[in-house]
Unconditional design. Structure first.
Lengths: 430, 416, 183, 102
């Protein structure tokens, strides 16, 4: 039993490559649950962070500091009356949110959380990701059309035009990163997500800093295009509430509406994962080649525990600062328990880090490695998530023609230029 | 010119005043416009857009339940894709018949009703009405009352502009300024509440002056507010003025030329942003405004960005006026001698003030009874709204939202 | 035996996947040509395209499958949906759906099907029974080698590839010019 | 169960091809006719890829990619013509598009 578990955790290939369906299924379930929880956490974080940007408190009532707000929201949305407009095309109206959701979640099959921590490693990984995530636009278009109403239709037309245009710049930026993977002795690149990160590992540099500033510019292009791809501020024209009330999901309510939100946030995490994989070294910790002594390895493996300890510290601080009024007693206890939970998690992570500090093949070592990979990957993705919120708090919304102008007249030429320059530099500097 | 001490009958004197009014057109920077610019024929508002069949034409209703129409404005948009081919405003969803109510109320009883027109600038409305009736009665409020009026009115101007800025930025997609402006507007409302007990519909002034003396510490609080709000205005500007997206969304959007603006009767910051230096506080000073030193900001292009800048400068100028007024507030009575039963002599009067949104005028016809025979309000929002169609033709839907925001309309005043 | 490491095991359940995908492709293909509403047709066509992409994967052609998803399902079909929404179809779906010569068309197509099936059953022996296992892992690299050449040599299809890019350029220009209102 | 051979793929491709021809020959709606053409192209692609597997080389896949490119070009131009036509005649019926000049 223990041996089997060790062999699973220590497997050098993904379950998809190994052809192990049970293990793949477990991974799929873990990722599905993880993404759902991440979306809920993101929902809470967005509301809180946005509120603090805007000198508000945000959710404070449901649970301590509104921690249970996402659950309350989810419950509310599930219990809400599900309205289908009488003039709507019912079949399509019903299917549309599912298209978006399926597209957003299918992408996660190839996201590499670690060298073997992915459901499968496809030969065409990045192509598959771009293709499937571009299917999400079908959900939006059909939703807007099926509502049989003007605002959703305009929203759908806007977002489809927007997503198709930005896909071009996005694809070219991705190609320039893929071009960098071929700069090895064999001269062959790869489209596999794991292969891309391994190429960065071999070349000893994140593609963000490769051929500076070429990699950086390509990354910026992608970072802008991915905001447009996911219909987030300042490119949230498809759901601009001041112009189109709510855009393509104006007529949606209840569970179906929440499926759209779920798909949007899942897509945000997915595109951030692409950016992290392509330019930020994926699962690699900072300076894996510079600070490669076992001692450094140990220091960096303490980071997951430290993060949770810091979160627990914040939670304890919140508990201590809560007014000592009987009205807040339950909230106080709840926050305290939450802090204890975080502290316990931190403790577990510390124990694993210490137990697995010698890089042997024990279960603890494999667990530690896996946790490190997933931690660094998630940390990088989380930075992007925070950026998404920051954008939304800071910037006004672009107008549609300006959006198109930026997409076609600014981003596309720049990404083309970067691609050509990358190719030239790659040939000149082997 | 507005010297009211002459013993002429109100009617004849007012007629004379109207004839001597400075022409707004002469205030246009540089060239003086000839009268041929005053007609709107060149705008060609009814011309068909396309000679051939266009199947993409789409009629959509924006409002009356739409988040960006600032209440219950309904705009019928004729669209080609996203391009606006024409608009038609449908108003009246908030019509309460304020002008008709006036005919059945005594002059004093009607005073609170005017607060409900432009409810974000209730103090200005009250000032205009009280001064119009005072003009009809040939009385003048004492200087101290006028200074209090100026302070409160200018505070209200800042509050109104803050509300405009927040909602306008929200329409364009920037959420955050809304919360900042509402935080700072709160301080103004606190001063109002302390002064007269109400925050929004203040009913601060009475015919002949003010009812309430300033509360203890009023001047100190106003000065504290001045110190508090000046950096806040800078804060709004750091968020927006040089923001690239803000510039792209507002520059060359909803442009209206000076000639068109004058021809349409547009007033206030919208007119000034087109380059017409027309402000009633300077042109026909009322309520001791001639005592104060302040600038009238004007724009160059008449686009949304210029209107934004003009209003931002106006806020700072209002701070200047308040500072001078608070420092120079004289002692003395706050109420002129006004009969208990207000029964003006038969006649008619027009009095206008510079409300935050533009020229707010009251035209009152008295038949000698205790109630006005007819009271007509010239609301700036209503007149400015007429410019919407001119400003958004050929623009995109998103620009309609931006222009509605920049016109700074309040539907309570449009519909009355 | 390490359970996680049985690399290279044969694909499982291939016939089921094949029949499922084939059935999905054909049934939704049928829906494409029978639906009254063009949007329903387009959605059915997307299902067909995705099923065919699955069939490509089963034929060890992952790159073609990826191209199929990204270009067909993500690009062309969005264009189709876009156009369907632009041209008002409320009226179109209430009118007669088939043209006057539809029996002829149906007959001709059935004859074509009969021809195909006849040819297949006659020439069955000509088809070799072997089913080559193409190397899936380096499929993209091999396609690239054919398209762009490798080790300094021009690929077999490099010239054709350039022609194709020219074709796309012409198509872009044509589409832009045709849809512009005033040139 | 019978192992899946090339013939199976050919039969599926033939079915799709025939469905496409039926659509092209019988439908009046131009958009659906264009979609039927896409069906036909897909059937051809499936054949090519199946043969590519059968012969064990990649030329069929290359051809399939070229056909996808062609389909993209065809869809862009075809839909462009459709839009231009619809704007002028307000119809998308094949049998009403019977004038060479209007």
């Amino acid at each position: 039993m223990l041996n089997a578990l060790t062999s699973y955790l220590g497997s050098p290939v993904t379950p998809g490559q190994a052809g192990n369906q049970l293990w793949a299924l477990i991974y799929v379930l873990i990722i599905f649950a993880g993404v759902s929880i991440a979306v809920m956490a993101m929902n809470w974080l967005e509301r809180k962070a946005l509120a603090h940007f805007q000198i508000r408190l945000g959710p404070m009532r449901v649970g301590p500091h509104g921690l249970l707000q996402p659950i309350a929201d989810a419950l509310k949305l599930m219990l809400k009356e599900d309205i289908i407009p009488s003039e709507a095309d019912k079949t399509v109206f019903w299917i549309a949110p599912l298209i978006g959701l399926v597209a957003a979640f299918t992408v996660y099959t190839v996201i590499p959380f670690g060298p073997s921590q992915a459901v499968s490693d496809m030969n065409i990984g990045i192509l598959f990701m771009l293709g499937v995530s571009s299917l999400g636009v079908l959900g939006i278009v059909t939703a807007g059309w099926a509502s049989n109403s003007h605002y959703p239709l305009i929203g759908a037309l806007r977002s489809s035009a927007q997503m198709v245009s930005y896909e071009v710049a996005m694809g070219l930026a991705v190609v320039s990163a893929i071009l960098m993977t071929s700069l090895n002795t064999a001269g062959t690149g790869t489209l596999s997500m794991i292969g891309i990160v391994q190429a960065q590992q071999q070349q000893g540099v994140w593609f963000l800093f490769k051929f500076f500033p070429l990699g950086f510019v390509a990354f910026i292009i992608f970072a802008i295009a991915m905001v447009a791809e996911t219909n987030r501020a300042p490119f949230d024209l498809a759901e601009a509430e001041s112009e189109l009330t709510a855009g393509f999901h104006t007529e949606y309510s209840g569970l179906r509406w929440s499926l759209f939100m779920l798909a949007e946030y899942a897509a945000m995490i997915a595109v951030s994962a692409i950016a992290v994989t392509l330019w930020l070294g994926g699962w690699m910790r900072p300076f894996p080649n510079l600070l490669n002594a076992p001692a450094w390895e140990f220091v960096f493996s303490l980071f997951p525990g430290l993060t949770f300890a810091a979160l627990a510290g914040f939670a304890f601080l919140g508990t201590a600062r809560m007014p000592s009024h009987s009205f807040f007693r339950i909230q106080r206890i709840g926050l305290g328990v939450f802090a204890l939970l975080l502290a316990f998690l931190a403790l577990v992570l510390f124990v694993i880090a210490i137990a697995g500090r010698n890089t042997d093949t024990s279960l603890a070592a494999h667990t530690r490695e896996g946790i490190d990979y997933v931690y660094w990957f998630m940390l990088k993705v989380a930075i992007f998530m925070y950026l998404f919120i920051w954008y939304r708090a800071t910037w006004p919304r672009y107008r549609f023609d300006q959006l198109m102008k930026i997409g076609w007249k600014v981003m596309l030429p720049i990404s083309l230029g970067v691609l050509i320059l990358t190719a030239i530099v790659g040939v000149l500097i082997p | 010119m507005t010297d009211q001490t002459t013993k002429d009958g109100a009617l004849t004197k007012e007629r004379k005043d109207l004839q001597n009014l400075p022409d707004a057109a002469s205030y246009v920077k540089g060239t003086k416009l000839d009268s041929s610019h005053h007609d709107l024929a060149h705008l060609d508002l009814d011309a068909p857009e396309h000679p051939y069949l266009d199947s993409n034409e789409l009629i959509i209703n924006m409002g009356p339940q739409h988040p960006a129409t600032h209440g219950v404005l309904r705009v019928i948009l004729k669209l080609d894709g996203e391009k606006v081919l024409g608009t038609e405003c449908v108003i009246g969803y908030l019509h309460r018949g304020v002008e008709k109510i006036a005919e059945n109320r005594t002059y004093t009883m009607f005073n609170p009703y005017v607060d409900r027109m432009d409810y974000v600038a209730a103090v200005s409305n009250g000032l205009g009405y009280c001064q119009a009736v005072e003009k009809l009665l040939n009385v003048e409020a004492p200087p101290r009352a006028n200074y209090i009026r100026v302070i409160l009115t200018e505070l209200n101007r800042i509050a109104s502009h803050q509300l405009w800025l927040g909602t306008h930025a929200l329409d364009i997609g920037a959420m955050t300024p809304l919360f900042y402006t509402f935080r700072d507007r709160e301080e103004i409302l606190k001063i109002f509440e302390k002064y007269c007990g109400a925050r929004l519909t203040t009913h601060a002034f009475r015919i002949g002056g003010c009812l309430y003396e300033t509360y203890a510490g009023f001047e100190k609080e106003v000065k504290n507010f001045l110190k508090f709000v000046a950096p806040k205005i800078d804060e709004y500007e750091t968020l927006l003025t040089t923001n690239r997206i803000w510039l792209e969304r507002t520059k060359n959007v909803g442009t209206i030329s000076a000639a068109d603006a004058i021809a349409l009767g547009v007033t206030g910051p919208v007119l000034r942003a087109s380059g017409v230096k027309w402000d009633i506080r300077k042109a026909i000073p009322y309520a001791n405004y001639s005592d104060f030193d302040f600038e009238i900001p004007i724009g160059e292009n008449g686009d949304t960005y210029d209107r934004y800048l003009v209003r931002m400068v106006e806020m700072r100028q209002s701070l200047r006026i308040i500072e001078q007024a608070v420092n120079g507030i004289p002692e003395g009575p706050i109420m002129a001698k006004v009969p208990k039963v207000i029964k003006p002599a038969p006649g008619e009067i027009y009095h206008s003030i510079e409300a935050p949104k533009g020229e707010l005028g009251y035209f009152i016809v008295s038949d000698g009874s205790t109630q006005p025979y007819r009271l007509r309000v010239r609301p700036p929002s209503f007149v400015n709204l007429q410019a919407l169609d001119v400003m958004v033709r050929g623009m995109l839907v998103a620009d309609v939202v931006a222009v509605i925001g920049t016109l700074d309309i309040v539907l309570g005043e449009v519909d009355r | 035996m390490n359970p996680a490491l049985n690399v290279g095991s044969a694909p499982v359940g291939t016939p089921y996947f094949f029949y499922g995908l084939a059935a999905a492709a054909v049934i939704s293909g049928l829906l494409v040509i029978t639906r009254r509403n063009a949007v329903h047709s387009a959605l059915s066509l997307i299902v067909t395209l995705l099923s065919v992409a699955g069939l490509y994967l089963m034929l060890y052609a992952p790159f073609v499958a990826g191209v199929q998803i990204i270009v067909y399902a993500g690009g062309i079909m969005v264009l189709f949906l876009f156009v369907i929404m632009l041209v008002n179809i409320d009226r179109a779906s209430k009118e007669r759906q088939f043209n006057r010569i539809w029996p002829v068309g149906l007959l001709a197509s059935c004859a074509l099907l009969a021809l195909f099936l006849g040819a297949f059953s006659k020439g069955r022996a000509l088809l070799p029974e072997r089913a080559t296992q193409l190397p899936e892992g380096i499929n993209t690299q091999q396609v690239a080698a054919l398209l762009y050449g490798e080790a300094g040599r021009m690929g077999q299809y490099t010239f054709a590839f350039e022609i194709a890019s020219l074709l796309l350029l012409v198509a872009i220009l044509g589409a832009v010019i045709m849809t512009k209102k005033k040139i | 169960m019978v192992p899946i051979t090339t013939l199976h793929y050919l039969v599926v491709a033939a079915a799709l091809f025939v469905l496409g021809t039926i659509g092209v020959l019988t439908r009046r709606n131009v958009v659906i006719v264009l979609m039927s053409i896409e069906l036909i192209l897909n059937a051809v692609n499936l054949n090519l890829v199946a043969f590519s597997r059968m012969w064990g080389n990649l030329h069929g896949q290359i051809f399939a990619i070229f056909i996808v490119v062609d389909a993209a070009a065809e869809a862009a131009v075809g839909l462009g013509i459709l839009i231009a036509f619809f704007r002028n005649k307000e119809t998308i019926k094949v049998d009403e598009i019977d004038l060479l000049k209007w």
